[in-house]
Ligand binder design. Sequence first.
Ligand code: GLU
Length: 465
Amino acid sequence: MEPIVTRFPPSPTGFLHIGGARTALFNWLYARKTHGKFVLRIEDTDEARSTKESVDAILESLVWLGIDFDDGPYFQTQRYDIYNEYIEKLVQSGHAYYCSCTPDEVNEMREAAKAAGKKPMYNGKCRELGLNKADNTVVRLKTPDTGVTVVEDIVKGDTAFQNNEVDDFIIQRSDGSAMYNLAVVIDDMTMGINTIIRGDDHLINTPKQMMIYQALGADMPAFAHVPMVLGSDKSRLSKRHGAMSVSEYKHMGYLPDAMLNYLVRLGWSHGDQEFFERQELIEKFDLEHLGRSASMFDMDKLTALNAKHIQAKAPKEIGEHLLFHLKETGVDTENDDYLAEVITTLQPRSKTLKEMAEGAQFYFTDTIEYDEKAAKKFLKPEAADMLEMTLDLIEALDEFSHDQLETAFKTVMDKTGLGFGKIAQPLRVAVTGTTVSPGMFEMLLALGRDKTEGRIRKAIEFIRS
Ligand code: GLU
């Protein structure tokens, strides 16, 4: 069997949005799973709305998601000559023709068709006239008058379109530029694309595209049209359901792997499994289990999955992504062993990397600023003696280890008669400035002996001053 070749053809009129990312992902996964090829093509023929910023933003988001391509990016605006070459061929072979009808004439034909209870359409006036190319001529495809064009879709099954409802549509404008459907087919054909997975909003174009393939005598690709992603209220996903742009999710602290995991589940399933690692997705993905009904975007589910991915990953891998968020909060550090320790303490309690970066602040400051309420409640005169006792015991440890710290705490509890919480809270405020933090021992161990002792000393001074 020939290798699978898929593609992602975004129009660069904005950022990479959730729906686009999901389409890219399905195509990428299928190519990776089958050891095929994944092609990136920028559909920038709408030159008024296409921008370089959008191209860059889309590429950047794909890189962040880890969706790499084997071929491209191709730009449709650099391929006009290729389209025209094929349009010429279609005219030569009698599958297309020049038409000189004015827009007004075409409008009248459409009105007349409507009046006769038919679909508004061009009536084929120039079809057999054998006109030559002129300034005002467009090129139209001779479409079949009878029969049906059946889209054999992997997801939707067969959909039949009546050929007499498709008019001889334009494939080249009078200014010589190729129309969208023609460009897409020539691209897919010349790029060797044999599997097209896209949103079902494009299904309407498919019969026309199939007619172009047929006119060219080219092999038909396989089609898989996936249902749209909807918002929680079942209307088409939009800004009011949450962020639309993939890069916003990066900024909000989502892991690319969590994003992939969530996106793939918006339209594909593997039993009732929810959590997938990247490699596992590549192994398990298939077209048979693409769903037929639309899925709803659910931020809470995405966040829950993100938390799971944060917990499942090695600290060093989290670190690669956390650095960005730390930098946003003004912490400039490296993905070193200290950061790995810090991450280990925060993994069980961070739903996003943004949250993790915020929770990590105290590990990186030289001076702890006490939260006013917390200091008032816990850094009270009676806490000073207890903190002093704790400090003495910690200083006397011959090893700064979990076991020895635990023993020191037990000693303080025995001597003061206080419970663990009563000791832990002032200590927590001393060390972090707040009352919420990772577990006491793991936190102190990550922070290290010097910082722990220094911070307790400072808190005692603070209380006594
Ligand atoms: N450029 C189209 C889009 O951005 C995709 C066309 C296709 O997949 O055939 O929606």
